[in-house]
Design a binder for this molecule. Structure first.
Ligand code: NAP
Ligand code: G3H
Length: 477
């Protein structure tokens, strides 16, 4: 399959020109290689996928479910091996990587379970002006064809499978483009589906840098649907390029934790620290700013500082235990986070905790007195830095939250359910968490972003709906 050419470098060492080296973000050591696929290889993969669609689509839905149940079983059997690879490839600690694999196996299994209860409908027409007795529509859902699944580095298994499993169970075939840093884990996942018996061509992997081959894939005439998770920048670029096909996009966020005067501060501090710093804040749903009522700021900060001191920081390869703050995915990612910290400090923010950097490890950093002229008030760091913006009122908190270009999630901490619901009603986001950290899971819940955070809804049932279309047959008796 690979068309790589062997050439020699200046030291006479053999190099594969069409291969991409995958180095660990932890040690920078080479851990594997993937193909930088050519346009011709992409054509061949998409062509094969198209040819495989009719047969896969014609299988009964229950037959397709069997493959998913088997894939889930195999994934659980391989959880240890796969999570070891994820530690090396994306620097996730072993405990979190293992739990991502288990969560994914459960999600694949639930996808098959949920598919069992998806029904069509019957709509009578005689209850509408112009309708007639004996006229009614029978509706069912049909697959779309070839789904392109593009996943990000940070959940290389879960965010890939949460596209692949619902697409397949609905009768689509899938061309999967993993994030390059994450493609070894993605290929491992695809091989698990293959081992579960998914026929050739029904699920295939395209590897190569998005910046080089991405535009070619997303504009390919053989693609019927794009299911993308990644940054807003790349998502918007894809949307501007793509043909007239449906898109599902889960993009960046700037999730706020709004802490009101009557909040349980212990609870708020616990969720804020877990929400902001786990996996070094490299989660779309990480808490990325605190909007706290001035009168409660000092008390909240004291509690947050205690918990920050308890975070485990370091190299996830050294331990099987959980590490909260690990080195970021790349030096570039760490440079960006450092820039945000420097900008905030220069403009008067106070570093209450952290601020140090060692290579691509940024220590958990808490910034106080952040103001709206600072970049960190608005930009998504995707790193372990948490800005505090003190506000005078609930209304100001809502207003600041809504000024963001993003609208993924927000959390509100208060013991007054009426206030919580009022805030939830006014926030321009896909999901509001009341007295909890912002989070996507469990995977059956609807998950969506508004504004620049996305397009369409994910979550098992919603993903199946997104990747199918309604077919209506009208009976006229
Ligand atoms: P990214 O740089 O946007 O990359 C995402 C995927 O897009 C990768 O597979 C990448 O491939 C590919 N890509 C890049 N350019 C492309 C192009 N022109 N055409 C097609 N594909 C292209 O994002 P990331 O750094 O992996 O992930 C972090 C970002 O994702 C953050 O902004 C985070 O908020 C967001 N995210 C959102 C959610 C959500 O559900 N809302 C979940 C997770 C992450 P290469 O790796 O080869 O460049
Ligand atoms: O990076 C974004 C993931 O979708 C986050 O998932 O909130 O369930 O950890 P999670």
């Amino acid at each position: 399959m690979s068309s790589s050419k062997q050439v020699k470098n200046r030291k006479g060492k053999a190099m594969d020109h069409n291969k991409i080296n995958i180095n660990s973000p932890i040690s920078n050591k080479l851990i594997g290689q993937v193909d930088a696929m050519s346009k011709e290889e992409v054509d061949s993969i998409i062509g094969k996928a198209r040819k495989s669609w009719p047969e896969w689509n014609n299988k009964s839905s229950s037959e397709r479910m069997k493959y998913l149940y088997r894939a889930a079983e195999l994934l659980l059997e391989r959880a240890d091996e796969l999570s070891d690879l994820m530690v090396l490839e994306v620097g996730k600690d072993k405990k979190s990587a293992y739990s991502e694999v288990v969560r994914t196996a459960e999600m694949i299994q639930s996808t098959a379970d949920i598919a069992k209860s998806l029904n069509g409908g019957m709509i009578p027409a005689d209850n509408f002006p112009g309708g007639a007795k004996g006229k009614f529509a029978i509706t069912k859902r049909e697959s779309l064809g070839v789904v392109l699944a593009v996943s990000p580095f940070n959940y290389p298994v879960n965010l890939a499978a949460s596209k692949i499993a619902p697409a397949l169970v609905a009768g689509n075939v899938v061309v999967f483009k993993p994030a390059t840093q994450g493609s070894l884990s993605g290929i491992f996942l695809a091989n698990v589906f293959k081992e579960a018996g998914i026929p050739d061509g029904v699920l295939s992997v395209v590897t190569g840098k998005g910046s080089e081959i991405g535009d070619y894939i997303v504009t390919h005439a053989g693609i019927d649907f794009i299911n993308f998770t990644g940054s807003t920048e790349v998502g918007q670029h894809i949307a501007s390029q793509s043909r007239m096909i449906p898109l599902l996009m889960e993009l960046g966020g700037k999730d706020a934790a709004i802490v009101l005067e009557d909040a349980d501060l212990e609870l708020a501090a616990k969720h804020i620290v877990a929400g902001a710093f786990s996996y070094s804040g490299q989660r779309c749903t990480a808490i990325k700013r605190i909007l706290v009522l001035e009168s409660k700021a000092e008390d909240l900060i004291k509690k947050i500082l205690v918990r920050l001191g308890e975070l485990k920081v370091g190299n996830p390869i050294d331990t099987k235990d959980g590490i909260d703050v690990v080195p970021l995915i790349s030096q570039n990612a760490a440079d960006f986070v450092e820039e945000l910290i420097v900008d905030a400090k220069e403009k008067g923010a106070k570093v209450l905790f952290g601020g140090q950097r060692e290579g691509n490890l940024i220590h958990p950093t808490l910034l106080d007195h952040v103001t709206t002229d600072m970049r960190v008030a608005w930009e998504e760091p995707f790193g372990p830095v948490l800005p505090i913006l003190r506000v005078k009122s609930m209304e100001e908190a809502i207003d600041l939250a809504n000024q963001s270009e993003y609208g993924l999630q927000s959390a509100v901490f208060t013991t007054d359910m009426n206030k919580a619901l009022e805030v939830a009603e006014k926030l321009e986001v896909g999901t509001v968490q009341i007295n909890n950290k912002t989070e996507r899971g469990p995977d059956n819940l609807p998950f969506l972003g508004v504004k620049n955070s996305g397009l369409g809804v994910q979550g098992i049932q919603y993903s199946i709906e997104a990747m199918t279309r309604l077919k209506s047959t009208v009976i006229n008796l």
